[in-house]
Design a protein around this ligand. Structure first.
Ligand code: NJP
Length: 233
């Protein structure tokens, strides 16, 4: 389905990003995998190669905008475009009453969950436009719509991210770019474990269970833009 396509996936070292990377590679895309942990990226690469797929690994920290600028330049030089962007990297921060959030944690969460995604748009918009069917997907959460006590900076970051993506989608309604958000629901990953320590993770969907929506939203025939799609009913 994605033969010949180049997909850039952030937060691809584990959890949802790793599952989407493996699925896209199995569908024929060449996947560019971004995260800080080189060893974890290598494990995802091994799984992709085992099934005959191909990946480029980019161990880097998204909190530094200059890294994103450099990445877009190297992707342009090597591939000339990207067809699919999955801006998935995210952090939870601390689940604490709003007035007790530390400035450090607040800034870190807003930086990774929101501002780094704006830098990605700033740097990769031109590369997306070089694709015949550019697709941009961003990971949101139900906490962006339903107030959850103590979800603090994380909830704020996802609400703002949704606004950013919807504005970008509106600006591009008359172009081939389709930009949407995925609300994955509760998925058994390290982030969920951190949010609910002690809970049995087996009751939740695994990352591999929720990849269909990412395939649908990256397809050539997609018309929807500026919308939130739930990965689980
Ligand atoms: O998270 P996790 P999920 N620079 O912690 C990377 C949303 N969501 O898969 O750098 C570069 O397993 C990190 O890699 P590393 C959620 O908000 C989830 O659960 O090597 N990369 C890893 O690959 C998020 O947006 C649930 O540590 C950085 C990845 O991000 C997305 O889904 C529910 C980085 C995080 O993997 C994926 O979450 C929901 C940095 N500075 C929304 N910092 C859920 N799981 O239930 C982190 O509503 N990463």
């Amino acid at each position: 389905m994605f033969k010949g396509k180049i997909a850039l996936i952030t937060g691809a070292s584990k959890g949802i990003g790793a599952a989407v990377a493996k699925r896209y590679a199995a569908e024929g895309a060449h996947v560019i995998l971004v995260a800080r942990s080189k060893r974890a990226l290598e494990r995802v690469d091994d799984a992709i190669r085992e099934k005959g797929g191909t990946a480029t690994l980019v161990p880097m920290d998204l909190s530094k905008p200059e890294n994103i600028d450099l990445l877009s330049k190297s992707v342009y030089e090597r591939f000339g475009k990207i067809d699919i962007l999955v801006a998935n990297a995210g952090i939870l921060g601390s689940l604490t009453p709003m007035h007790q959030q530390t400035e450090k944690a607040w800034n870190e969460v807003l930086n990774i969950n929101l501002t780094s995604n704006w830098h990605i748009l700033r740097c990769f918009d031109a590369l997306l436009r070089r694709s015949e069917a550019p697709r941009a997907l961003f990971l949101t959460s139900d906490v962006a719509h339903t107030p959850h006590a103590y979800w603090g900076a994380y909830a704020v970051s996802k609400t703002a991210l949704e606004s950013m993506v919807k504005v970008y989608a509106a600006e591009n309604e008359q172009t081939p770019i389709r930009a949407n958000l995925v609300d994955p629901g509760a998925v058994a990953t390290e982030m969920l474990k951190k949010a609910y320590p002690g809970r049995d993770m087996h009751q939740y969907a695994s990352p591999d269970d929720i990849t269909d929506v990412f395939v649908k939203l990256a397809a050539n025939d997609l018309t929807a833009t500026g919308q939130v799609f739930r990965a689980q009913s």
